[in-house]
Design a protein around this ligand. Structure first.
Ligand code: FIX
Ligand code: ZN
Length: 416
């Protein structure tokens, strides 16, 4: 049994260390200010986050179709009324929004949505970004960048000056998962490709990838995978994965981020909120890791049931770096469980948190929770270590925290 005074003291030491270490958020869906309206911020965007929309549509007396007919402000009003006034905002997503308001100095007790709107109306995107980076203790973040998104592609093609705290990640779901829909667009852009991957298709897709790597300078290439993904299986998907994505990653010395476990659009009426979860086949992941020992894979898996197995896979393959508590896993209950399991199975050789935020202010609650559970778990583990007579210094605690909150990522991707 751990002595509670010793544990409290250790919590203070870890908290202190965590307050000093810079955070890198390795996967988000926010954009730098140079991307204009693609950077989501402000109270109406916070209320219209798809996590809250899914919760609202469980109560509200409107159909999804009626909801999408409303304008952004009416939608936000409905989310506010349903989740904050008609019921108490206890879900992780709803409470997180209140943490944003509090951190920005707004009075949550007033429940005055119009005063929150007035506050945000007086801000600029650059000002909000600076403020939330400061509040969240964030040094840099990684965006999710899709060349098939017309608005985004136009920005990249205009040669934007991107805030150096925002890094790119080249997302390939549109290319690989939606090949049948999107290969004609490659043809429109001058690539000599064919639907069944014949002729010059593979070298031409590689040429497309090189072009976008040159343009975006991404830190990694990225793909989500359905739970039904199996490897190897000779499928078109795996050919695009191996012969294009992994081949180019190897040529360019880039790591690959894989995200298995998402079942897209189980309820398309909910749009972005309509995706679900399923248990993935991690033996397939093992076979991939074994086939490509020189490639580095960042992996997060969506189902809770896969987490223990994923840690065991990480023990077998140093070319695997697990990261974050993805999406539905990003609730206090599971962040606590997952961080504990990872630290006990892997020590410090993992990346415990990423935020996945879509609205920039959301980094505040995400990183508050990330730090809190890192503190709770590490304090217990350090206290257990010290009970043996071993002593950990403050400098060692800070070193370990720096690794978890940023340095493991930069080292793994070869940029440290
Ligand atoms: O595929 C992904 O990167 C997911 O994180 C998102 O698409 C998802 O909609 C999300 O916002 C989860 O947090
Ligand atoms: Zn994401």
């Amino acid at each position: 049994m751990q002595d509670s005074a010793a544990l409290n003291d250790m919590r203070l030491r870890v908290r202190e260390a965590l307050s000093r270490v810079p955070v890198t958020d390795i996967h988000t869906h926010v954009y730098a200010p140079a991307f204009g309206d693609m950077l989501l911020w402000g109270i109406d965007e916070l209320l219209n986050h798809h996590y809250l929309i899914a919760e609202t549509l469980r109560w509200a007396d409107v159909t999804p179709a009626e909801f999408w007919e409303m304008d952004r402000r009416q939608q936000a009003d409905l989310v506010w009324k349903t989740l904050f006034l008609d019921h108490s905002p206890v879900s992780a997503a709803a409470e997180g929004l209140l943490e944003v308001l509090r951190a920005l100095g707004l009075d949550t007790a007033s429940r005055d949505l119009e005063s929150y709107r007035a506050f945000f109306a007086a801000q600029t995107p650059e000002g909000i970004v600076d403020r939330v980076f400061e509040c969240a203790g964030l040094e840099s973040l990684v965006m999710t960048n899709d060349p098939f998104d017309d608005t985004e592609r136009a920005v990249w093609e205009s040669g934007p000056q991107i805030d150096s705290r925002f890094h790119a990640a080249l997302r390939l779901d549109s290319l690989i998962l939606a090949w049948e829909t999107n290969y004609p667009r490659l043809r429109d852009w001058g690539y000599d490709v064919e639907g069944p991957l014949g002729g010059r298709t593979i070298p031409e897709v590689r040429r497309f990838l090189h072009h976008w790597i040159d343009r975006m300078e991404p830190l990694y290439l990225m793909l989500s995978l359905s739970p039904s993904w199996r490897f190897p299986d000779g499928s078109q998907l795996n050919r695009l994965l191996e012969e294009c994505m992994l081949a180019v990653a190897a040529e360019r010395g880039l790591p690959v981020a894989l995200m298995p476990g998402c079942r897209r659009q189980v309820n398309p009426d909910l749009r972005l909120a309509g995706d679900s979860v399923g248990v993935s086949d991690l033996a397939s992941l093992e076979r991939l890791l074994a086939r490509y020992p020189k490639l580095r894979f960042l992996v997060t898996v969506l189902s809770r049931e896969n987490q223990y197995e994923l840690n065991v896979v990480a023990r077998k393959f140093p070319n695997l770096m697990t990261f974050g508590c993805w999406w539905f896993l990003n609730i206090p209950y599971l962040i606590d469980e997952m961080t504990r399991m990872r630290v006990e199975l892997l020590g410090f050789s993992h990346i415990p948190h990423h935020s996945d935020v879509r609205v920039v202010e959301q980094v505040i609650p995400k990183w508050t929770h990330a730090r809190l559970f890192t503190e709770v778990v590490l304090a217990e583990r350090y206290a257990a270590v010290e009970e043996t007579g071993w002593k950990v210094s403050d400098a060692e605690i800070e070193r370990d925290c720096r690794d978890l909150m940023g340095r493991n990522f930069w080292r793994f991707i070869g940029r440290l």
